[in-house]
Design a protein around this ligand. Sequence first.
Ligand code: AMP
Length: 396
Amino acid sequence: MKILVLNSGSSSLKYQVIDTKTEETLVQGYYERIGQPNAFLTHKLNGEKHKFEYPAMNHETAIQFVMEKLTSEEYGVFKTLDELDAVGHRVVHGGETFKDAVLITDEVVKGIKENASLAPLHNPAAILGIEACQKIIPNKPMVAVFDTAFHQTIPEERYIYSIPYEYYKKYGVRKYGFHGTSHQYVSGRVAELIGKDIKDLKIINCHLGQGASICAIKDGKSVETSMGLTPLGGIPMGTRSGDLDPSIVTFLMKKENLDIASIENILNKQSGVYGISEVSNDFRDIENAALEGNKQAKLALDVYHYDVACYIAKYAVAMGGVDVITFTAGIGENSPFSRNEICKQLKCFGVEIDEELNNVRGKEREISTPNSKIKVFIVPTNEELMIAKETERVLK
Ligand code: AMP
């Protein structure tokens, strides 16, 4: 099937057309600054980038423009849109309503809207993309693929927070987890690489990008993950705090006389390795600064690596052991330094990685030594392919 995968942000739109048979990306692009007069599209076909400045003032105009490109002689991959089989939409929060990817109906759109309070920055953007497609290509089947769905198998004792139960009942306050499509893709892929049934493996996947989460996968199902009600929890990230003593929030609000928006901004945009290092949110800059002797940069990395290692240890307990640890996303795929620093702290579990095999960026490979008690792999993530495959599965 030829599937258009759409990832709608509040002012952006990422797309790929994927042939699920060959698993090939036929074309991809990124529309930025939607809603502003200087909106532009970067469209990539056959390795070549084409930039179009077109002032799309809303998602509908942007998607209409993308459709024109997809069917144009010069930049397109289709003669007509009849050749497009379906659209797969990435939706961040499915709450407890959506335990799996679903065919989009009016009822589903309503459900996504109802979950918007759990992801106010993300779900409304996905709705913009879905409703625009409903207008432009009303007869194409569309599927919603949720970041949270993969984690709906986490048992209750692991998703309930120790606060009054009434808040779970009233507002759905619980752990949901995110990056589900990435965790699902990487765990499936590493099972293929090892040549074992995923049901016979205990996997810990470390999705370490600007946003980061760790997931324990047993029998092919998520049984624990580090992000929580929102993508702010878990390990420290580029600019997000990860887990904290909850009193820090009210303590700072009182001391600095902060309102809700300001404290949310601090925890989401000024914390993480950026907050500690005061250098950058980009791990390349922080690594360089640490090498040049910047103590706060080194401290930020030390905190980060320690927390990731501790989560891995915790999840080994959650599964009663671990067969394989995988690294993915920007840092996981590209930083030999971070992988090494994390694995060094797991020596007590018998983890041993090969320095030379580890010295690589963005390559799919095993990096543990033959003696290592736990296998360690780098598996570049591919969320778009997973969304395309999920779309196909739901339609079939
Ligand atoms: P992602 O959110 O998965 O796209 O990850 C983006 C992040 O990956 C960047 O902000 C960098 O911090 C990190 N990254 C990318 N390349 C490298 C690298 N070579 N070494 C360390 N970190 C990297």
